[in-house]
Write a protein that binds this ligand. Structure first.
Ligand code: FES
Ligand SMILES: [Fe+2]
Length: 334
């Protein structure tokens, strides 16, 4: 589990209804809720009374109420009311659960998983499109290797094959050849771009632009955000993926698709279309991601990378560097 990092507990959109939301990130069970005054809070998903999930409860005023016997917890995780308490009794001092540090940014509820002393707001990736473009999202829980999931969105060479039935007509020509990547690697991220030939149909060219090349940006921010950003002349499609280890086995992947100037005349149709496309695309990836984990587990086989896997090499280096630092720090603290 990669801790001491920001994770997206949920999108603000998910909190529209006044029900608590349950999430498990890096083995930690969280309940996310929005109080009646609009405050968003993330606390441990456990009632101290008889140890059940608080997410089975409901919101009342500024507190979350356990669904079992009605103990009430505030945004700091402190039990502030026990309905059955007698006049001689006080709320026990230990009636408190962990409260997480939360930041609302880019329409997401970010939660810090790890030690509070290490909190660093600057580690939240730049995702400015989230603040302005229309968006759809979908969640998947898969039995796959986290590192491969992290890489799956910006692996340029898989698109021609894994997505041969879905991405056609959305990214420009799918030529099977080596691509020239421009890449910048920093402490926590890799960003870069490459160009694809634009040999669409006449209609698509009219819509997306007659440029000979279509520019594709990609990005990865350790440990849990990757990006694919296709820039046509006046239109743009941006996909973000947020992924994390739920527990020892499952990985959660949330794909967020945003667009600019695409199907603008029909917003509800655009949302329906993009969501359908996005779910199909992720399913195509998942088939390979799960397959890879099983084959590796059963055979113990290692990857055989070649020179043109240069983005993968940089990614692996960054991942190794960051995860070993993380392990070292953990050892030191032990
Ligand atoms: S278990 Fe939560 S109030 Fe009893
Ligand atoms: Fe993919």
């Amino acid at each position: 589990m990669i801790i001491n990092q920001w994770y997206i507990a949920c999108l603000e959109d998910e909190l529209k209804v006044q029900n608590p939301l349950k999430k498990k990130i890096c083995g930690e069970e969280l309940v996310i809720f929005r109080t009646e005054s609009g405050k968003i809070s993330v606390i441990e998903d456990r009632c101290c009374h008889r140890n059940v999930n608080l997410s089975l409860g409901y919101i009342q005023g500024e507190n979350i109420k356990c669904g079992y016997h009605g103990w009430e917890y505030n945004c700091d995780g402190k039990c502030v009311r026990i309905p059955s308490l007698s006049n001689e009794e006080r709320i026990p001092a230990g009636a408190k659960v962990k409260a997480y540090t939360v930041i609302i940014k880019h329409r997401c509820v970010w939660v810090w998983i790890g030690e509070d002393a290490r909190i660093d707001e600057s580690l939240i990736p730049p995702m400015s499109e989230m603040d302005e473009y229309p968006m759809v999202y979908n969640y998947h829980f898969i039995d796959a290797d986290l590192q491969l999931v992290a890489e799956s969105l910006f692996d340029a060479y898989h698109i021609n094959h894994v997505h041969r039935n879905s991405i056609k007509g959305m990214m420009g020509a799918l030529k099977d050849e080596r691509m020239d990547f421009n890449m910048q690697v920093s402490e926590n991220a890799i960003v870069g771009n490459y160009f694809r030939d634009n040999d669409r149909t006449l209609f698509e060219k009219y819509y997306f632009g007659f440029n000979k090349k279509v520019e594709t940006y990609f990005g990865f921010w350790f440990p849990n955000i990757s990006k694919l950003d296709i820039r046509f002349k006046k239109r743009r499609m941006v996909i973000y993926e947020h992924f994390y280890q739920v527990d020892d086995r499952l990985v959660c992947m949330c794909q967020i698709t945003l667009w600019k100037n695409i199907l603008d005349l029909f917003p509800p149709f655009a949302r329906w279309f993009m969501l359908r496309k996005s779910i199909n695309i992720v399913r195509e990836d998942i088939a390979f991601l799960e397959n890879n984990k099983r084959i590796k587990a059963e055979t113990g086989a290692k990857d055989l990378l070649i020179k043109s896997d240069e983005v993968t090499f940089e990614f692996i280096k960054l991942w190794k560097r960051k995860t070993t630092t993380h392990e070292k720090l953990a050892e030191k603290e032990d």
